[in-house]
Design a protein around this ligand. Structure first.
Ligand SMILES: [Zn+2]
Ligand SMILES: [Zn+2]
Length: 422
């Protein structure tokens, strides 16, 4: 079924070239910060300097959570141009790559292929150290990158400018701005050490904990489809990204549905909406969230599901009370009505209204849709890829061929069924 042999894909660090410049910069900042702290211990640093360090750490963290993660990676809301510019600057100060590289490439891959040691850049299955920072030292080749939709990022002028001038922007906001501000109270060196170097370490490691700690220890109230977990400590360190088990609902602008969740990023987005600078805030369906929690609760008390096979929502027997179509009727419906319909486990699933929410992008859904309106993709997919995808089915793609879908995704798929297909 898989026409591309696994051997051709870069799978491990033993084949992957070391990224010397990245590693040297990462280690160098750690050493410089340690030397700086040794020369100027916190007790001798100006109070304003330490306050500036905390502010710059939190500002960079907001740039990552509100900007890189929720706005750009998951399109969880729309933001006005000044907001996009501001979060792009704050995000650049975090020294984690440009929006395009980090937001599109690595994070979308992580969500799509969570825990897959081959395709998830931060796969927790490769160990805590790897998911935290081991990946920084290698120039990994992401073979499934071409399946990641990035047209929304390519069309955003802020993303393009930030990507082009990323290095000077990062240096300016991360290392030049702090001592310049420190001049105001006569402590440029202290500001460089604490608000420059030390604050970079804080933003790095707190963000990296989302890939390591949040896949290692915590609660799983929504799903156990992958290793993602919820952790209050992490929420406190990352402006609210601690409820990582909410992975199943990535398009939600919140990190969790409860108003009691510690989630400053959510509060900032709501405030931006109040100011008229953000719109289109997306929330996961309440019933889907409740169903996910109920599912986990029932699993926990072992009342309903007796074996693994029956926990898969798709294989539970049920009586279908809707229409039954032939394949010809289905193809005619899809073409005539211009609908994007997938054929999954013998059911026609109309995903037309869901396409913009699909974490994997609309073009991927079109590629496996019924009828002749398939897309061949728009991100460098060659003819070979198009031919391959035509021979594959939506069933193959949905049920592990491309990535493992969550119970929440399967539940949504069931809700979108329009007919049984003979
Ligand atoms: Zn994750
Ligand atoms: Zn995410």
């Amino acid at each position: 079924m898989h026409s591309k042999p696994a051997e051709s894909e870069s799978v491990g660090t033993h084949k992957t070239p070391i990224w010397w410049s990245n590693g040297a910069f990462f280690v160098g900042v750690h050493i410089a910060a340690a030397v700086g702290i040794w020369c100027l211990p916190p007790a001798r640093a100006a109070r304003h300097t330490l306050l500036l360090a905390v502010c710059m750490w939190q500002a960079a963290s907001m740039g990552i959570t509100v900007g890189y993660h929720r706005l750009y990676s998951h399109r969880a809301f729309r933001a006005a141009f000044p907001v996009r510019m501001f979060v792009a600057l704050l995000g650049a100060s975090a020294f984690q790559g440009s929006i395009k590289v980090r937001g599109c490439l690595r994070h979308r891959l992580h969500h799509r292929f969570t825990d897959d040691p081959r395709h998830d850049p931060y796969a927790a299955t490769k160990g805590f150290f790897w998911s935290h920072m081991g990946w920084i030292f290698f120039k990994s080749q992401y073979d499934r990158l071409k399946t990641i939709e990035s047209i929304d990022l390519d069309n955003d002028i802020v993303v393009r400018i930030q990507h082009k001038y990323y290095v000077p922007l990062a240096l300016l906001t991360g290392f030049i701005l702090p001592p310049a501000v420190g001049l105001l109270w006569g402590d440029p060196l202290g500001a460089f050490i604490y608000a420059g170097l030390v604050a970079r370490l804080l933003i790095w490691h707190c963000t990296f904990l989302v890939n390591s700690l949040a896949h290692w220890d915590g609660l799983q109230p929504y799903s156990d489809d992958n290793t993602s977990k919820s952790n209050l400590l992490l929420a406190l360190l990352t402006c609210g990204e601690g409820n990582h088990n909410f992975h199943s609902f990535p398009h939600d602008f919140r990190s969790g549905p409860s108003p009691l969740d510690w989630d400053p990023s959510k509060w900032v987005i709501v405030f931006l909406q109040f100011l008229g600078l953000a719109s289109g805030l997306r929330r996961a369906c309440v019933e889907d969230i409740s169903a996910a929690r109920e599912h986990m609760l029932q699993k926990e008390i072992a009342l309903v599901y007796a074996s693994d096979s029956t926990t898969d929502l798709e294989v539970q027997d049920e009586v279908w009370s809707g229409e039954t179509w032939t394949k010809e009727l289905l193809a005619g419906f899809a073409d005539a009505e211009g609908r994007c319909v997938l054929l999954l486990r013998g059911y026609a699933v109309d995903v037309t209204e869901y396409m913009t929410e699909h974490p994997g992008g609309a073009s991927l859904l079109r590629r496996y849709a019924v009828g002749r309106k398939r897309s061949t993709g728009n991100h460098g997919d060659g003819e070979d890829e198009a031919d391959e995808s035509r021979q594959r089915t939506a069933d193959w793609a949905f049920h592990g061929g491309i990535n493992k879908h969550s119970q929440a995704a399967k539940r949504l798929m069931r809700k979108l069924r329009i007919a049984k297909v003979q």
